[in-house]
Design a protein around this ligand. Structure first.
Ligand code: GLN
Length: 484
């Protein structure tokens, strides 16, 4: 069953001639046909286009080409531009808009030989933690389809967890790669801000957004990051650091590595099962030779408020471009202004409107200093907390999420409860760090849980090394949901 393979397993079989990319791609397409009615991970996909790419990859291999992802099917979050394919951000406002160009990450995947296919579900414009804010219905958790997939890259995580693709890309502004990966039992990596180009990623909060991989294991995350990372003159915040061979970091040896546990992360609402699973994972890292230390991140309590001011402020500006003139759907009105209002009123969902209103408020004259400016100052303090901590430790460990996946509908009427569930993931974005979530156990009722590791800017090699060493001594990542 080729769709169940990891990137490295599939690549071995392709190299040995045991399988073709057409076999693997067809297997993913068949899997989508068999299970996606239950899951709603895919908003759309184009089988003929995917198979044509697979055939081209098989022909290239036959001609002697070797590329890191040659013939590997990768699914794309609906916020990343793929030339000629729908780009909806799971919103109605984009109507039948198709992207006229490839994002840099898309181009890099193509250059590496990948089969770039499918538009996977997400919270509208990446705003949310459950994929319930999709205009096309929630993506469902394959471990219990009455539960949320996490968000905003819920479709990316579901597609990987349910073996509908080999790996996927998501985006992470405040946890949107790591959190759904944790709740669906996958590996999710948020790269350092500036590591991966944002060109062709529809902007939510430009100072926080990063694209990253969601995969079946840590090695695949290293491989995929190696392909998508790197310099891009088309993104002015992209940092021209050389891209190391991330798979070379997977030595299994973490002896002497110092891992910090933040004192302030013992928050109310932390589920005892999640706490027990992450404590056990940290004990495992210690057994592998890591040195565990308590650290302090004193401004943690301000992180959620800071994030929801900065992210909404940036979103209110970024989403001004959806006004019915340039992109997608339009609702006519007697004047341009009325057309504009009617289009935005009908096109945006409730959460997106809430964020635009909140963001406009915190940026408005008279409130700017009290909210936006203070949030920027708090952000600096939060970043400084991490930089101080990284003088004592190499990595920081915590749960990825305070609970395992909750029921669909359980928090959708209470935005504040939803925002609070981002407590462990958002600081990483505010501070511009890298972070990974790896599966670290299952709750009594069979729901996956994730261990989060945070690393210094451009510390992905250490992050991947520790996550991989942990994965080597556990088998959580090999478990599969039963969808039959
Ligand atoms: N849950 C957070 C939010 O709603 C993070 C979303 C994201 O990372 N895109 O903003």
């Amino acid at each position: 069953m080729p769709h169940t393979l990891t990137i490295s397993q599939l690549t071995d079989k392709l190299t040995q001639g045991e399988l073709t990319s057409r076999d693997a791609t067809q297997s993913c397409l068949d899997r989508i046909a068999a299970v996606d009615d239950q899951l709603n991970a895919f908003l759309s996909h184009d089988p003929a286009d995917a198979l044509a790419q697979a055939d081209a990859a098989d022909a290239a291999r036959a001609a002697g080409e070797t590329k890191p992802l040659l013939g590997v099917p990768i699914a794309m979050k609906d916020v990343i531009a793929v030339n000629g394919h729908p780009l909806n951000c799971a919103s109605k406002i984009l109507g039948d808009f198709n992207s006229p160009y490839d994002a840099t990450v898309t181009q890099k995947l193509r250059d590496a030989g990948a089969v770039v296919f499918g538009r996977v579900n997400m919270d509208e414009f990446a705003m949310g933690s459950s994929t319930e804010n999709s205009a096309f219905g929630p993506a469902r958790n394959p471990w219990d389809t009455d539960r949320i997939s996490g968000g905003s890259s819920g479709g990316s995580a579901v597609a990987v967890a349910a073996d509908e693709c080999i790996a996927s890309l998501g985006s992470d502004t405040g946890g949107s790669i790591r959190q759904p990966a944790a709740l669906c039992g996958c590996v999710g990596l948020k790269p350092t801000y500036g590591r991966v180009s944002r060109y062709g990623l529809v902007a939510f909060a430009s100072s926080l957004d990063q694209i990253g991989p969601i995969t079946k294991d840590v090695r695949d995350a290293a491989t995929l990051l190696g392909v998508i990372a790197g310099e891009d003159p088309r993104d002015s915040t992209n940092v021209p650091e050389p891209v190391p061979d991330y798979t070379a970091a997977l030595t299994g040896d973490i002896k002497g590595m110092k891992i910090g546990l933040p004192r302030e992360y013992q928050v109310d609402g932390l589920d005892p099962e999640v706490k027990a699973a992450t404590d056990a994972a940290v004990a495992e890292l210690e057994k592998l030779g890591a040195e565990i230390k308590e650290i302090s991140l004193p401004h943690t309590e301000y992180a959620i408020a800071t994030y929801y001011i900065i992210a909404t402020a940036e979103a209110s500006a970024n989403l001004a471009r959806f006004e019915g003139v340039r992109y997608g759907a339009r609702v006519d009105g007697a004047s341009p202004e009325q057309m504009n209002r009617a289009t935005r009123g009908a096109g945006f969902g409730e959460e997106v409107k809430r964020r635009i209103i909140l963001g406009t408020y915190v940026l408005s004259s008279g409130y700017y200093d009290a909210y936006y400016l203070r949030a920027q100052k708090a952000r600096t303090l939060i970043r400084q907390d991490f930089l101080n901590a990284f003088e004592q430790v190499d990595l920081i460990a915590s749960p990825t999420t305070p609970t395992s996946a909750f029921k669909i509908g359980e928090k959708s009427g209470d935005p504040l409860q939803m925002y609070l569930s981002d407590v462990f993931t958002i600081s990483c974005n505010l501070a511009g760090l890298c972070g990974i979530s790896v599966p670290c156990g299952f709750s009594k009722i069979g729901l996956p849980m994730g261990l989060q590791l945070l690393g210094q800017p451009f510390g992905e090699p250490d992050l991947l090394r520790a996550a991989h060493a942990y994965e080597q001594v556990t088998d959580w990542h090999t478990k599969q949901p039963n969808l039959d």
